[in-house]
Design a protein around this ligand. Sequence first.
Ligand code: SF4
Length: 344
Amino acid sequence: MKDLFDYCKFGEFKLNSRIVRTGLWESEREKSGNFTPEIYDRYENLAASGVGLIITELFSLYPRDVFSKYSNTVNHVRFVREAKDLTDLVHDYGVPIFAQLGFVQFNKKTEQNIKIEDVTIEDIRKIQTDFIIAAQKFDYAGFDGIQIALGNYYFLTRFINPYFNKREDKYGGSTLNRLRIVLEIIKVIKNTTNLHINCRLNAFDIQKGGMTLEETIEIAKLLEKHGADSLQITRPRSPQYFSNENYGKKLLASACNDIIDNVDIPVIMGGGLKTQRQINNVLNKTKVDFISMQRPFVYDPSFLVDWQIEGDGEVKCRTCNNCYWKKTSTCFINPKAQLNVNPY
Ligand code: SF4
């Protein structure tokens, strides 16, 4: 029997549980772009909660990107020094931490949000170089891994999706060609850093001409073959998914199962599960070994401490989505959530 609080292996790491915390917005960022005391406090609370692996909020690659004002940026002058303090703090609790990196729009001088087919080969080299430099900063800052954002609707997500990528050169057309920009990034990160490479992928979407599960599986296999060390599968952008929540959860678990059948690297299933019982059910009825959660940690960074004691926990987040839409890392229902418990 698997249990969410199992000590377990995730690639080269030993985890304190099967729960992966995924981050979204870093709203406490100061105007100057550096880490604030609130951010250090939050990460210490998360690390002490019994979580297995922490994936940070998004680190924005480009300062003028659409989400940059809600994110820390890797380009800040003090980034490496301050991030090193953060990773040291988390490592004190024996928890590995990955840095999530992505961007939505590619802006060139005065040109805003350039379309995939208008991105030149020089632009592709610039994007790849920027990714690799950011990865090297993460490595210097003591992160254990990098999460490359290929899920939701980030730039690289659209680049690998046939609905958006209509290029006719070697970066468009076949699955391999659309993924080439990412595979080339992975190769250099692999050769120049010690980072574990995780890729976050959508399970599928049902846009006509978009991503199918079969294509996601093909992408997962190619990512593994070219050096990715693990995957995180996010909830699909599918009306089917959102029309019936329970059906959607089964769909995601089933998609993750199919992906796991085709790769030999760890696969994290995206969130949405509400109770300890539901999570253990998925762990024991499917091949899924790792579950990521996001909003429950915004509501209360300490909820896993209570779950370990109670044994029958339930997420208190009401999924109102205010924190998501208002792009803040603070809960609107439980704004004073604090963790004062160190379980170790
Ligand atoms: S603001 Fe809403 S969705 Fe976000 S953590 Fe709080 S209850 Fe959950």
